[in-house]
Ligand binder design. Sequence first.
Ligand SMILES: Cc1cc2nc3c(=O)[nH]c(=O)nc-3n(C[C@H](O)[C@H](O)[C@H](O)COP(=O)(O)OP(=O)(O)OC[C@H]3O[C@@H](n4cnc5c(N)ncnc54)[C@H](O)[C@@H]3O)c2cc1C
Length: 375
Amino acid sequence: MNTSDLLVIGGGLVGASVALGAARSGLKVTVLDEDDVAFRASRGNFGLVWVQSKGFTLPDYARWSLASAQSWPELSAYLKERTGIDVELKQPGGLHLCLSQEEMDTRKERLQWLQDEVGPHYQFEMLDYDELRKRVPLVGPDVVGATYTPMDGHTNPLKLFRALYDAAGKEGVQFKTGCGTEDISYANGIFTVKAGGKVWQAPKLVLAAGLGNNKLAPKVGLYAPVEPNRGEVLISERLRPMLSYPTNFVRQTDEGTVQIGDSHEDVGFDDGTITSVLGGIAKRGIKCFPILANANLVRAWAALRVMSPDGYPIYQASESHPGAFVVTCHSGVTLAANHVMRIAPWIAGGAYPDAIREFKGDRFLNKNLVFTNGH
Ligand SMILES: Cc1cc2nc3c(=O)[nH]c(=O)nc-3n(C[C@H](O)[C@H](O)[C@H](O)COP(=O)(O)OP(=O)(O)OC[C@H]3O[C@@H](n4cnc5c(N)ncnc54)[C@H](O)[C@@H]3O)c2cc1C
């Protein structure tokens, strides 16, 4: 029998962040992760630490994203100090490139609405083409303008993943792979999980299994109706520095490669790439930055986003199975700081973070689930 204070099911960015934070709060934590057949959004994302326009219709989500972005420098410094890994956080602000005047107008409306709701510290600027060119001289003439917010940034998501694992290991977290959960039962305040041919027990359990949460949540009295949404991404060879801000479609990584994204496709659990979709992504990237027409592409991939119907996170403690929690979201990079510093301490026994009261999975109960992807 393997016993811990906390079992975390799922070893993606969300599970690793929660495990690290809980171990820092003093818990003995074991993470059970499936094997390499699993869908892993954490290995296929765009690396943005992004606040801009998030939470349109739900300002709590804008506040939550902003709080995480503001805590990111602390997370990054801690990871560097604990592991020696620089996750290459840069927060110069971010640009949402607009390809039509209509898009500019819609974004202005949204950002103004968010500023009115969140407060004057939620800053944004509308940049016309000439102003945009001053900041990004290589931008193409088909771009009408951009919205800029100073709180956005980006990181190297694979280095982040490695640093979280490394730091968590140093805090005593045990990671077990090949441990797809076969069964969860609950008696006398103890969860018993069968996974990887073994039995694991703990008085606390976190479901952080990404798309796997949909099936696991009802086993512990929770509801997490998440569905896949495919995103395809291209990456170029290393180029000389060409872009000092992350944008919604294109960002230059710390290694010099240029990441060009991304699609939003409702295709179920199919994580294959489609040439016509990749072609569309490449064309849009070149429209934004014509210099990319001369760049060699070195890789393309697709990964499945973990989307709730309204696109916002799900954080909930089970009432019927005290000690069980679900933690799942679409923006696991952006929200990593919140998961380490705010969600994990709550799970470890600290106060309920009032900021998450709108994010219970129960908000979807008895509703016609329509997936808007409106994150
Ligand atoms: C194309 C794309 C671009 C993105 N861009 C960004 C971005 O710029 N910024 C941002 O913040 N976010 C972005 N994201 C989202 C981000 O990658 C995800 O929010 C994050 O990776 C989710 O992490 P996760 O741990 O919940 O899920 P996953 O990474 O999918 O991990 C889930 C884990 O659970 C395990 N698992 C599943 N079922 C079981 C089971 N039954 N038993 C045991 N283990 C199980 C799997 O093995 C897996 O390791 C993007 C995602 C995609 C696809």
